[in-house]
Write a protein of this length. Structure first.
Length: 487
């Protein structure tokens, strides 16, 4: 079977001088960042990590979500074999990537019907199950306490696929409490992660999250994770993030929130349509890359402390369908990088710490020039994400239409204000998929207000105006040339 691939073609932006490409930073070169990738399904042997090791350090990510697999570790009661997980954890750390371990799932040794993988079967029915889970968790914490300090409890407990008893917030919190007890004894300074909410920040997930909080989740954990799968990432986000943040502040203002899983397939086999997140959408490698960029930029702009992309590599025989699932940023057949790999690599380099959401330290207006004669009358909706890396601003922009639509590059005018002390002496435009860098220039509009009839004030500092910049439904970024190294 031949799977269509999208070549990484040089971008052509009218009137802009191409300077070359920027040099990506390796994970071992980056001290810290909010960018991560998924090392999931290893408990079920669905992909070969040997595909990851040659390209992981070059990717530049600093976090990796790793499912632990109780059934793979304890095949005989009371006997734990962590050798397979030792190898993964060790090789991640060698490459500058911090593993965080997701304790998933049940075990057929203790739970009837749990099968070979235990997926969806929490150990809650009997004292033997509960004791066995706590003993397994204690063994895991003891074994990895010198190498790992972030642990997550379960995966998507608000889905019947992964909580076959029928999701109940109080039951999930009971499992978290059972896990917290040995962790606090063995590794009191470790971070316990809860939530792993499948429905992200929808009203259903907000309700589930608040039910968990009422049952005591906020008193047990340090970080809340949510998963982000949505056909248009920006849709409803102005409602969802404030509600999610409100619930956390209401019950425990100290809680951080991470996006623990978000992805998109570059190819969906006909038999797998409708199986897995977003699998009914139009797909391609280019669409996958656009989705990754928009999802991550949206969430980082909203101060998500870590974003994890699902998944490092394509994986095989998922669920009962025995089909290959193409969520990976490297291809299953040969381990080669997809465009999404380079997109994630770009974010890892450009938004490495010290990075923060700008939170008002910069502001931009975009006018699409083909829309109206007067830029102030533009009707095309646009989206921006603002960041600051040290004293350097980074601005991303795009048209928030469906990622399924082939990009049409339009011309825009950008009016950009940055606060005193931020540096934008040599502005450049970056295409994060091709990693090409273009020289751009601006003028300073020295009018003291936006009235077009006013003469400029030569004493005024003015605001930056960039004309004839490109915009489409795939994000582009503006920053200072000093943030990157050209190759």
């Amino acid at each position: 079977m031949s799977i269509p691939r999208t070549p990484i073609l040089p971008a052509e932006y009218k009137g802009l001088k191409k300077l070359g490409k920027f040099k990506p930073k390796q994970s071992t070169e980056i001290q810290s960042s909010r960018i991560g990738v998924g090392f999931e399904t290893l408990d079920r042997d669905m992909w070969d990590t040997n595909q990851a090791w040659p390209v992981l350090n070059d990717l530049g990510v600093k976090w990796a979500r790793v499912q632990t697999g109780w059934t793979k570790t304890e095949k005989e009661k009371g006997v734990y074999d962590f050798a397979w997980l030792d190898e993964v954890v060790g090789k991640l750390i060698e490459r500058g990537v911090t593993p965080w371990l997701s304790l998933s799932y049940g075990n057929q040794l203790y739970t009837e019907g749990a099968g070979d993988t235990g997926v969806g079967f929490p150990p809650l029915d009997s004292k033997e199950e509960r004791d066995a889970w706590q003993q397994y968790a204690a063994a895991l914490f003891e074994h990895f306490k010198d190498r790992v300090d972030h642990y997550e409890v379960w995966n998507e407990p608000d889905l019947t696929s992964f909580w076959k008893r029928g999701p109940k917030a109080a039951e999930y919190v009971d499992l978290v409490r059972m896990t917290a007890e040995p962790l606090r004894k063995i590794q009191p300074d470790a971070k316990l992660i809860g939530g792993a909410i499948a429905w992200g920040m929808t009203p259903w997930s907000i309700k589930f999250l608040e039910d968990c909080m009422r049952a005591g989740l906020g008193e047990l954990i340090d970080i809340v994770t949510y998963h982000g799968y949505k056909s248009i990432p920006e849709r409803h986000s102005s409602q969802e993030f404030p509600a999610f943040q409100h619930v956390l502040k209401k019950y425990n203002p100290k809680l951080e929130y991470w996006q623990g899983e978000s992805g998109f397939q570059s190819y969906v086999p006909p038999k797998a349509v409708g199986v897995g997140a977003l699998s009914r959408m139009k797909f391609s490698e280019a669409i996958q890359a656009r989705m990754l960029l928009r999802r991550f930029l949206l969430e980082l702009h909203n101060d998500t402390k870590m974003c994890s992309y699902f998944h490092m590599a394509d994986f095989a025989h998922y669920a009962a369908f025995k089909q290959t699932f193409h969520y990976g940023i490297v291809r299953l057949e040969d381990g080669s990088p997809k465009p999404a790999y380079y997109a994630l690599q770009s974010l890892a380099t450009l938004l490495a710490d010290p990075m923060e959401p700008a939170q008002g330290r910069s502001s931009s207006h975009i006018s699409v020039m083909s829309d109206a004669e007067d830029p102030r009358n533009t009707k095309v909706a646009t989206w921006q994400a603002n960041f600051v890396c040290g004293d350097i601003p980074v601005l991303a922009w795009w048209i928030p239409e469906s990622v399924e639509v082939d990009p049409e590059i339009l011309q825009m005018e950008l009016t950009y204000w940055i606060e005193d002390g931020l540096k934008l002496d040599n502005p450049v435009l970056i295409d994060p998929i091709t990693q090409e860098v273009f020289e751009v220039s601006c003028t300073f509009d020295k009018r003291t207000c936006a009235e077009t009839w006013m003469d400029p004030d030569p004493e005024a500092e003015g605001v930056r105006v960039f004309k004839n910049l490109p915009i489409c439904n795939s994000p582009l970024l503006l920053t200072d040339r000093s943030l990157i190294e050209l190759i």
